[in-house]
Design a protein around this ligand. Structure first.
Ligand SMILES: [Cu+2]
Length: 290
């Protein structure tokens, strides 16, 4: 291909790409962005949505360059006539290769810095960060233990006498510290609308933070294939106003007291055998693996 033609094609592709990017980047951020998952129910969810918007904007010119090149190639470099054979090898494009490697490396490194900042800025961004999280929330917070087992979640409130519930109730505008663990196999505690996802491993206390910004219901799913009824391992959650939460919690603590006293003492992890649960702690209606 003659150098002049090559240059003309390059300028055309670059021009179309720049115009399309200038149009679509704001559309992705401002029009599509507010609808990206997981929504804005908690500060972690809102932070993840912001990250998705930024990543969407960064990915847009990449996608557009590929599409522009493809369409241009189909329109103008189409093989005509009988013969179909490979074109000449492209060699000695040192300058182009340098720009390509340099720009992509720069983009990836910027995203790594951005991602690390977002993790730090958002108390781990809703991830389970192990028993000693590096990016931890500070100040007063409500501890809630998430106990996973085949195939259900239970939630334990150590500051309310160690009571246990089957639905997850949390107050609005208060920092929550989830202590996630498992009694048997590996599960994953995923509160979708809260933007929280933390592995539930037996013998491990996996900590995740969240602050709910709005009241309302949210869904909890197990996000780690954990056996026959994994798909049915779901629970309900609700963010309540501070006052409703306080009255719910004190009332439930009193109501559950006769059952709570039969539970093993609150601990960051549990061994079902030692606690005498034998894998059948929640009643014989739940099948256990042999
Ligand atoms: Cu599970």
């Amino acid at each position: 291909m003659a150098a002049a033609t090559e240059r003309r094609d390059g300028i055309r592709i670059l021009g179309v790409w720049l115009v399309l990017s200038a149009i679509f980047m704001p559309i992705v951020y401002f029009v599509w962005g507010p609808h990206l998952p997981p929504g804005g129910m908690s500060d972690q969810a809102a932070g993840q949505r912001f990250d998705n918007r930024v990543l969407g904007v960064v990915a847009t010119p990449v996608v557009l360059l590929v599409c522009t090149f493809l369409v241009y190639a189909l329109l103008f470099w189409r093989q005509t006539g009988e013969e179909i054979e490979d074109g000449p090898y492209i060699t000695n494009k040192v300058k182009f290769s340098g720009w390509w490697v340099g720009l992509t490396t720069f983009t990836v490194l910027c995203l790594a810095v951005f991602g690390t900042y977002e993790l730090e800025n958002n108390n781990g961004a809703g991830t389970g960060s192990g028993p000693r999280p590096i990016f931890a929330a500070s100040g007063p917070m409500l501890p809630v233990q998430v106990i996973a087992q085949q195939w259900r979640f239970t939630f334990r409130y150590p500051t309310y006498g160690g009571m246990e519930t089957t639905s997850l109730m949390i107050p609005q505008n208060e920092e929550i510290q989830f202590n996630v663990t498992s009694l048997d196999v590996i599960h994953s505690f995923w509160a979708y609308q809260l933007g929280v996802k933390a592995d539930a491993n037996p013998g491990v206390n996996n900590i995740a933070f969240v602050k709910a910004l709005h009241t309302g219901k949210f869904n909890i799913l197990c996000a780690e294939l954990c056996g026959l009824w994994h798909g049915a391992m779901t629970a309900n959650g609700q963010v309540m106003s501070q006052a409703s939460f306080d009255s719910w919690a004190t009332q439930t603590e009193a109501q559950e007291a006769p059952v709570t006293k039969l539970l093993p003492k609150y601990s960051t992890v549990y061994s079902p055998d030692e606690a005498g649960a034998g894998g059948n702690y929640y009643g014989s209606q739940y099948p256990v693996n042999p």
